[in-house]
Design a protein around this ligand. Structure first.
Ligand code: B12
Ligand code: SF4
Ligand code: SF4
Length: 408
């Protein structure tokens, strides 16, 4: 839904000389029409939802500072290094007046969540990461959207349109912006979710110097539910809407460079890259659409893969198999580190012990990986042949089988 902003009364020329080097000559009616056109272009470019927000994130500055002060960002120093610029889009890209927020769905068909989590000999890879890396693709499409807007404005006599696309890696608070732009509400797991679309989507933004009409945020819909908080394997959701990244499996398996603290290793189970549990138990995801992008479908070697097979990948094979995928970013050593933990968590099996022993002899492991292999060997040697999955994982599996039968 679109609302007119105070500065866009119908058919009145808008003077923004104080914020923009060149006053925007577009009338409110032209901006309204452009706003509708942007949404059509967005659909053509594969975005499932486009919304427009203003650039005021001042109400989130205290929350961001508190999160950083508590050290919840762990080793992600880039989160702290940009300071409050992350909450001030106009400092990131001077002259910006609006943020065009975009959603792209990534849930692949045949996600096989429950079958994957049920079998501890299989590796679980977050479903956002099984296909092509989204960063470049979304940035290119946002750039195309910006180019379309620029061309359109030129035909209306304004040739000073200025925009900058952002996707994930750039230091901007994407979720609060998406919330403001009506893309969804902020769930207690801190992700954005929409009543018709769930939460299996990426976000991207275009900062722009046009006073487009604003969209309206949607009502918060978690109500009394706390399923995500209760099901998080590592209790990383330390309060509603607040994630201590240092405890989150996504951080531990993707962002953390060195050793994974021992207390978390048994809790990680077979999750070797990211984690989806807080989204798997979310009732709002029962209606989530599948991705429209074949590029986000899980690639063959990563569909329900055997841990032992992945552990045998040499570095060059790993680099070939993960070409164009976000997984490549963690490198072969962290790949082995993560799989070693999952092998340690798998039921006792002489083949696993042999694979771990063999890896120890390879020249592709360093002290950090070796330490994880030794941990895994100790786990393998001390457990009974068929140890059960953790109670929390069993609950997540039951919840997926019941709530998300299509994706189970
Ligand atoms: C750092 C980061 C992480 C970290 C930290 C996560 C976190 N919760 O902060 C780690 C590595 C753990 C992580 C994990 C994941 N991430 Co991440 N991550 C980011 C990144 C780069 C920054 C997030 C950030 O700024 N966090 C700091 C906190 C302080 O900011 P915030 O969460 O936005 O918090 C504000 C709001 O919650 C707000 N708020 C709003 N309403 C309310 C209400 C109340 C009452 C309160 C108190 C606060 C509040 O207050 C906070 C303070 O400003 C963003 C991209 C980006 N540039 O924004 C992607 C992003 C958030 N990640 C994303 C994804 C997909 C994931 C994973 C699902 C990946 C996976 N499957 O493994 C998990 C989910 C874990 C989880 N439950 O959050 C998507 C989320 C899409 C969506 N639907 O919302 C993003 C937007 C990337 C993208 N471009 O698509 N991520
Ligand atoms: S991604 Fe996994 S570990 Fe991280 S908050 Fe969600 S359930 Fe917890
Ligand atoms: S699981 Fe429940 S509390 Fe968590 S985000 Fe979904 S609806 Fe909200």
């Amino acid at each position: 839904m679109t609302a007119s902003t105070p500065e866009s009364t119908p058919d009145q020329h808008i003077d923004l000389t104080s914020q923009s080097p060149e006053p925007c000559p577009l009338t409110a009616a032209q901006l309204d029409a452009l706003n509708r056109q942007i949404k059509l272009w967005g659909k053509e470019l594969g975005f499932a939802h486009i919304g427009v927000a203003d650039i005021d994130l001042s109400q989130h500055e205290a929350g961001l500072q508190d999160w950083l002060d508590k050290g919840y960002h762990g080793e992600m120093n880039y989160m702290a290094s940009h300071g409050m610029m992350r909450a001030r889009p106009n400092e990131l890209h001077p002259g910006s007046l609006r943020v065009i927020c975009a959603r792209m769905d990534y849930l692949p068909p045949d996600a096989g969540f429950a079958s994957n989590l049920t079998n501890p000999n299989l590796a679980y890879i977050s479903r956002y990461a099984g296909g092509r890396d989204y960063h470049k693709m979304i940035r290119q499409r946002l750039k195309k959207l910006g180019d379309n807007i620029t061309e359109h404005c030129k035909t209306l006599g304004f040739d000073a349109t200025d925009f900058r696309p952002f996707v994930d890696s750039a230091p901007i608070l994407e979720r609060p912006l998406a919330d403001k732009a009506g893309l969804g509400w902020t769930g207690k797991h801190s992700l954005i979710l929409h009543p018709d679309a769930g939460s299996w989507f990426f976000l991207g933004e275009l900062l722009i110097n046009l006073p487009l009409p604003l969209d309206i945020p949607i009502k918060e819909g978690c109500n009394t539910c706390v399923a995500c908080i209760k099901s998080c394997p590592t209790d990383a959701i330390v309060a509603p809407y607040v994630v201590d990244a240092r405890r989150c499996i996504s951080y531990l398996t993707i962002e953390l460079q060195g050793a994974i603290p021992e207390e978390f290793r048994p809790l990680i189970g077979n999750r070797i890259y990211g984690c989806d549990d807080c989204q798997l138990v979310c009732p709002v995801n029962s209606k989530a659409p599948l991705t429209a992008e074949p590029d986000f479908h899980t690639r063959q070697p990563l569909i329900q893969p055997e841990l032992i097979d992945l552990f045998s990948w040499s570095e060059s094979y790993f680099l070939r198999q993960t070409e164009g995928s976000a997984i490549r970013r963690i490198g072969h050593k962290r790949w082995l580190r993560n799989i070693a933990i999952a092998l340690g968590n798998a039921p006792a099996n002489p083949d696993i012990i042999a694979a771990l022993e063999q890896r120890k002899l390879s020249d592709e492991v360093d002290d950090m990986v070796l330490e994880h292999i030794d941990w895994a060997l100790a786990q393998q040697k001390q457990k009974a042949p068929q140890e059960a999955l953790s109670r929390k994982t069993q609950r997540v599996i039951r919840s997926v089988q019941k709530g998300l039968p299509r994706d189970a």
